[in-house]
Write a protein that binds this ligand. Structure first.
Ligand SMILES: Cc1ncc(COP(=O)(O)O)c(C=O)c1O
Length: 400
């Protein structure tokens, strides 16, 4: 009898965590490494949010909370959806989890039966297919292209849907490509979904507040209210409020799904950290002034790294609308010989040779299901980005 569960054989470890780990190890050995692998803002959590947590501790808010979250936070979430997305949800239709990650996992856990398919556009956030597989479902990948700015075409979505499709995962702005769908681009997809009434929509709006220029964020139910009864709208405080370590994510959707997710969470972790929940109340209800300030900083960094990458020989980098990632192609380097003498055959070779030669840590595109590309997180200082850009240019010029 095997000791470890069969389900483990269906799961890969996170490539993004592996890259950060490798960069840390090289740094510990004294190498000068610039880590561009991490998916978190480099800003500190705003002071008003920290203070709300300190106040919660001092008030003694240190006990178990209701499984789905404290009423004050569920109320703040319902208000956020109305205020920012014009979506009507009652507090009872919301749920708070330990990060958006737990929300997604429990949504799959609550709904997945053997044979169920989940349509996932590539490139995708690394955890989607692994979570689907762990919960017994089958990921079905639909490719996007760099020419189409990594956005899914309606006809490709339609072709991927079968009678077994349970969920379609939508993520805009996207991790890893940064691509964000305008209202009209999203409408083309929701029109397909309206013709497929058995398909549920899981929209991961985690990067909602990180869009640039005059881009206007849109979420599926806002664009197509007809999807209200079969959409789970997921979001969280990690990225917009620089709160990755606080571990608060949330969602709103049909009551029967929320109740099923509550039941799973009740036997799993119960309510999220009480103190972090009070901090999240302040994040959602308090001042939002730092969001445009942070956006401006991110936008400057995006423009800098896109420009530097496009000056590197063999690299092509579109300028995405949102998140804090770029997803350049390294196709022009495939077949070339790196300074170490190794021939670069894949994007994975490219990133490991880049790390060896220049100490720049990025994540290979094949980890996100679409290559030859790589992902750069530009959630780091302009000075470091500029240095990383120079090193990438030098590495590419040295590949013959
Ligand atoms: C697209 C996307 N969804 C969800 C998450 C999970 O966020 P958290 O669990 O920190 O709330 C992340 C984090 O990297 C992400 O990039």
């Amino acid at each position: 009898m095997a000791f470890l569960a069969d389900a483990l054989s269906r799961v890969k470890p996170s490539a993004t965590i592996a890259v950060s780990q490798k960069a840390r190890e090289l740094k510990a050995k004294g190498r000068d490494v610039i880590g561009l692998g991490a998916g978190e803002p480099d800003f500190d959590t705003p002071d008003n949010i920290k203070q709300a947590a300190i106040d919660a501790i001092n008030r003694g808010e240190t006990k178990y909370t209701p499984v789905s979250g404290i009423p004050e936070l569920r109320d703040a979430i319902a208000k956020k959806f109305k205020r920012e997305n014009n979506l009507d949800y009652t507090a009872a239709q919301t749920i708070v989890g330990t990060g958006g990650k737990q929300i997604l996992f429990n949504a799959f856990m609550a709904t997945m039966n053997a044979g169920d398919e989940v349509v996932i556009p590539t490139p995708y956030w690394v955890s989607y297919p692994e979570m689907v597989s762990l919960c017994g479902g089958t990921p079905v990948f639909v490719a996007t292209t760099q020419e189409n700015k990594f956005k899914l075409k309606a006809e490709d979505l339609e072709k991927a849907i079968t009678p077994k499709t349970k969920w379609f995962i939508f993520n805009s702005p996207s991790n890893p490509s940064g691509a964000a769908y305008s209202h009209d681009e999203l409408k083309a997809l929701t029109d397909v979904l309206m013709r497929q009434p058995h398909v549920w929509v899981l929209t991961d709006d985690m990067y909602e507040h990180l869009t640039y220029g005059d881009f206007k964020f849109a979420t599926p139910v806002e664009v197509e209210p007809g999807l209200y009864d079969r959409t789970l709208t997921m979001n969280g405080v990690s990225k917009a409020y620089a709160m990755t370590g606080w571990r608060i994510g949330y969602a709103a959707g049909p009551l029967n799904l929320i109740k099923a997710m509550d039941m799973i969470q009740g036997q799993q972790t119960s309510g999220a950290c009480s103190i972090a929940q009070w901090a999240a109340v302040e994040a959602l209800n308090g001042t939002q002034d730092f969001i445009p300030e942070n956006k401006k900083i991110f936008e400057g960094r995006r423009d800098l790294i896109v420009s530097m990458l496009n000056q590197a020989k063999g690299i092509e980098c579109p300028s995405p609308e949102g998140a804090f990632y770029v997803y350049p192609s390294c196709k022009g380097l495939i077949g070339k010989t790196a300074p170490s003498g190794k021939v670069i055959e894949t994007d994975e070779d490219f990133v490991s040779e880049l790390l060896e030669a220049e100490g720049v840590a990025v994540v290979h595109g094949s980890a996100f299901g679409l290559g030859p590309n790589f992902r750069i997180s530009y959630a780091t200082s302009e000075a470091l980005l500029e240095e990383a850009g120079k090193r990438i240019q030098r590495f590419c010029a040295a590949c013959k």
